[in-house]
Design a protein around this ligand. Structure first.
Ligand code: GUN
Length: 295
């Protein structure tokens, strides 16, 4: 069997950002609307600083406004909640993203629930989680959305496929399951307590790996020809004192079996920011009663 097609997240994300930028240009021309995204970062987590910088850069490149709030690690929960209340009320802010993880003294759930659901571009607010689950219009979490878009570049119609999601997080596993159901897949959620995990994954026409365990999903767990979407981003030692990024899938063995597979880096990661931009445009339109443009 031929090696898997490598799903080019870099190009697909750039195309999505291009469609978002075109939509922003139109909104600006017709409605004098320039969507604004507020990103709130608390503390000094180095990875979070890199992500937030990338979000700001791409937001501006898409023609939108980026408003960054970098707060010290000792910011109190009350101070953060006060900032969110302010952003909720600010008519120039269309999207609010609070970068996770938050420092331990702050209750993340309380913070997420304080965000106006209409501005919740992460799709983490219980209102959006519930709307996604009931099939109503919702702001959808960015990484799950990006994962589905990538899978559909290989197979536009996912109808009837056996999908196995490895991982049950609120950020990826659970929401991607809802999106797969919306695509009429038969979905299994596997996790650390699943019996015979390799056997379960081997049933899948579509594997979504989101466990946070470096290279856990092996090639001999993959059904020949399956689509493999690797959501993991793990830093592992390279042996020479340096590190490298790997996914939750053992890429080299899996690509020999899969029909199509996302690389790490260069796969799902880039889609997350592109979908965030998309969600910001969607939020801006819905807040103003405008039709959401196709993106
Ligand atoms: N930290 C890691 N991924 C995410 C994400 O998708 N959204 C937010 N807010 N924080 C994150």
């Amino acid at each position: 069997m031929a090696e898997a097609r490598i799903i080019d997240g870099k190009t697909i994300a750039a195309e999505l950002r291009g469609r978002v930028a075109a939509a922003v240009t139109e909104l600006n021309k017709i409605h004098k609307l320039q969507p604004g995204l507020a990103v709130v970062l608390v503390g000094e987590d180095p990875a979070s600083h890199v992500y937030v910088a990338s979000k700001a850069k791409h937001t501006m490149e898409a023609g939108m406004r980026s408003i960054e709030h970098r707060l010290p690690a000792d910011t109190s929960e009350a101070q953060l909640l006060a900032l969110i209340a302010h952003l909720n009320d600010d008519p120039d802010i269309d999207g609010i993203l609070v970068q996770l993880p938050l420092p331990k003294h702050i209750d993340s759930n309380k913070v997420i629930e304080a965000i106006n659901p209409a501005k919740d571009v992460d799709g983490f607010h219980p209102i959006n989680v519930g709307r996604l689950a009931t099939g109503e219009r919702a702001l959808v979490p960015c990484t799950p959305l990006g994962s589905i878009i990538l899978a559909k570049t290989v197979r536009p119609d996912l109808n009837g496929l056996e999908a196995v999601v490895v991982g049950r997080s609120n950020i990826v596993g659970k929401p991607v399951t809802q999106l797969l159901l919306r695509e009429n897949c038969t979905v299994t959620i596997a996790h650390s307590r699943t019996r015979d995990l390799p056997g379960v994954v081997r049933r899948a026409d579509l594997v979504i790996a989101a466990v946070g365990q470096p290279q856990m999903v092996k090639g001999d767990w993959i059904k020949p020809g399956a689509i493999v979407i690797d959501v993991g981003i793990n830093r592992i030692p390279k042996g020479d004192g340096k590190t490298r990024l790997v996914g939750d899938v053992d890429f080299d063995s899996a690509k020999a079996v899969a029909g199509a597979i996302t690389p790490v880096p260069g796969g799902v990661g880039l889609m997350t920011v592109a979908c965030l931009l998309r969600n910001t445009v969607e939020a801006a339109c819905i807040l103003r009663g405008l039709t959401v443009p196709a993106m």
